[in-house]
Design a protein around this ligand. Structure first.
Ligand code: PMP
Ligand code: GLN
Length: 383
């Protein structure tokens, strides 16, 4: 008989990304739900991967990451945000941003510690906090601007607040934090022991000329921050599951204590390929915002002809839209019906709220070829 297992995550089901992608596959729907591009990674990166998988070291990489990749990451962060992280002690390569985020939480959060998150919240943060015995404290972004409510955040601080997790550009809302948000955050954590975990996986997707405001730009924030980015997003290789974390040496020392026993090290040839590509084609990442801005603009222009009402989109490859003019259904039901009846899969935004708040909003991923977008639009125009 299988022993009875008391779940450590009793209220958690299967992640919405898996649920919706499976439903899309079952119904041959166009999948604008889970966030991933349907176009090829840069040829130069694939060429380097083929090279390294044929000719280079196929054994364990160093625990913290291949030195060439850590150096390339440190150079990039320095060039873009003006902070130098030492490749030996302040940069670690991880198995996706998901692992980096979970590792940072595992390294820092003790039972009873409180961690502030902003909802809608990316779905991996809360389970990671809870598995470590931490308490999730949620501050809702204000609807419909999705801006942080700093007064509320201040009121949530206690002597047990261990960490604040932020995400800019933000999934799912497509908002980005402003300089004023950064100032508010600085004032909040000044002279405290609060750590920051910055999920910046969409760092190369911020639009309309706005520079990405990495915490690495702000010395008083960076000194207490783990900053996470993902190569999956930047180079159209979400399936490679490679990302990184940068943090001051004392924080990174603790991060690595956990990292070494969670994965130990990351797929070696991919690291060497990414290092080569970053060195040889730095302009690829620099051009990504313009690339996705054009996709955003095309998608928004076409969506204006539908019954959906669009929210602003300042970054990421996601577009939020209200369907209030179309239906009064719960967003989970509406998203399901869009997939099964109309053949376009989307994500219901209530899935990103701990209490399931439903504003009748769904998320579209526009990281798609024009033919995919055109085919989806043809269907969306009929709704
Ligand atoms: N954070 C956010 C906000 C994301 O949207 C994603 C993923 N898509 C991740 C983290 C996880 O990134 P990765 O696929 O590198 O684990
Ligand atoms: N981050 C991606 C999204 O928001 C999905 C990643 C995943 O499936 N875990 O759609």
């Amino acid at each position: 008989m299988t022993p009875e297992l008391q779940s450590r995550l009793p209220h958690i089901g299967t992640t919405i990304f898996t649920v919706m992608s499976q439903l899309a596959n079952e119904h041959q729907a166009i999948n604008l739900s889970q966030g991933f591009p349907d176009f090829a990674p840069p040829a130069g990166l694939i060429e380097r991967m083929v090279h390294h998988i044929s000719h280079s070291n196929q054994q364990y990489a160093p625990m913290a990451g291949a030195p060439v990749l850590r150096e390339a990451i440190a150079e990039k962060v320095d060039r873009l945000y003006g902070r130098h992280y030492h490749p030996d002690t302040e940069v670690t390569v991880t198995a996706g941003a998901t692992q980096a985020l979970t590792t940072a939480i595992t390294a820092c959060v003790r039972p009873g510690d409180e961690v502030i998150v902003f909802a809608p919240v990316y779905d991996s943060y809360m389970p990671a906090i809870e598995l470590n015995g931490g308490k999730v404290v949620t501050s809702n972004l204000q609807f419909p601007s999705y801006k942080p409510n700093w007064e509320e955040v201040r009121s949530l601080l206690t002597s047990r607040t261990r960490m604040i997790i932020l995400n800019t550009p933000h999934n799912p809302t497509g908002t980005v934090w402003s300089v004023e948000d950064m100032q508010q955050l600085s004032a909040l954590v000044k002279d405290s022991n609060i750590l920051l975990l910055a999920d910046e996986v969409y760092e190369h997707m911020s639009f309309d000329g706005a520079p990405h405001l990495s915490l690495a730009r702000y010395p008083d924030l960076a000194e207490r921050a783990f900053v996470v980015s993902s190569f999956g997003k930047t180079y159209h290789v979400t399936g490679w599951k490679i990302a990184y974390c940068v943090a001051p040496a004392e924080l990174m020392k603790e991060f690595r204590k956990s990292h070494q026993f969670i994965t130990f090290c990351i797929h070696h040839p991919s690291q060497l390929a990414l290092a080569d590509f970053m060195r040889h084609e730095p302009e690829f990442a620099d051009a990504l915002s313009a690339f996705y801005q054009a996709k955003r603009d095309g998608f928004r222009a076409a969506m204006k002809e539908t019954q959906f009402e669009l929210f602003p989109c300042a970054g990421t490859y996601f577009q939020l839209a209200s369907y209030a003019r179309i239906s009064e259904e719960q967003d989970q039901d509406f998203a399901r019906r869009m997939t099964t009846e109309h053949g376009v899969a989307v994500i219901p935004v209530s899935a990103f709220y701990p209490e399931g708040d439903d504003h009748k909003v769904v998320r579209f991923c526009f990281a798609k070829n024009q033919t995919t977008i055109d085919a989806a639009l043809e269907r969306l125009l009929k709704i």
